[in-house]
Design a binder for this molecule. Sequence first.
Ligand code: ADP
Ligand code: ADP
Length: 237
Amino acid sequence: MIEFRDVSVTYPNGTKALDGVDLTIPDGQFVVVVGLSGAGKSTLVRTINGIVPATGGELLVDGAPVAAANRRQLRRLRSQVGMIFQSFNLVNRTTVMNNVLTGRLHSAGFLRSVFGWFSAADKEIAFDALERVGILEKAYVRASQLSGGQQQRVAIARGLAQQPRVMLADEPVASLDPPTADAVMRDLQRINRELGITTVVNLHFLDLARRYGDRIIGMRAGKVVFDGTGAEADDAV
Ligand code: ADP
Ligand code: ADP
């Protein structure tokens, strides 16, 4: 469970990106965060794995305050939270498989993470992740040779290889054409259903949010201004 208790984020330059957010996200929920550019969606998502620290209030993941985490605990938290970005963030010159295996680095010991040694079990997990997003046959293709939709699936597989409890996706389909965006959202939803991974996705557009979110959170100027189902969002808009 993820709990925001009156969480605020003020960046060092004084921008207040989150302003008193209260939210409880139960395990296994598929949450879509919507709002205009600058509303605070990215910041909200990035506080969950501690990339952006909350500067006010309290954020708890499975009952543990993220702010109180020491380096080891933060590393553990990040290993349990997969993250997907708009721009995929793959290493283009290497293979799909190598990209997905980086998802295993979190759980590898220090030496393995430095030298990139992976066990047969790590490779099995990576193959399984690629199979779940339907691109197993691309395992040994260079990432740069794939389409945008395929690259985002590699990024999803990399997140899955972490065997996460939570998957965060910051505008994951913003650079994809509408049918591809829809297919990637369907993959994320199927994975949420099959594996029970709590999923928080930022989207610009309400139509995809309505189609895929169990719950829609609307943000404006750092505040939650809507929290409900897709049907309720229809009434509110
Ligand atoms: P969204 O994802 O909804 O576009 P963001 O969370 O990216 O919103 O941004 C919320 C506000 O915080 C915006 O005004 C943005 O310019 C600002 N912001 C985001 N990241 C930073 C940062 N690293 N430093 C300063 N201001 C930031
Ligand atoms: P995206 O929409 O893909 O998240 P953005 O252009 O909003 O990309 O932000 C890119 C990066 O710049 C992010 O890491 C964000 O936190 C940071 N950023 C956004 N707005 C600001 C800002 N006003 N000042 C400093 N950094 C910012």
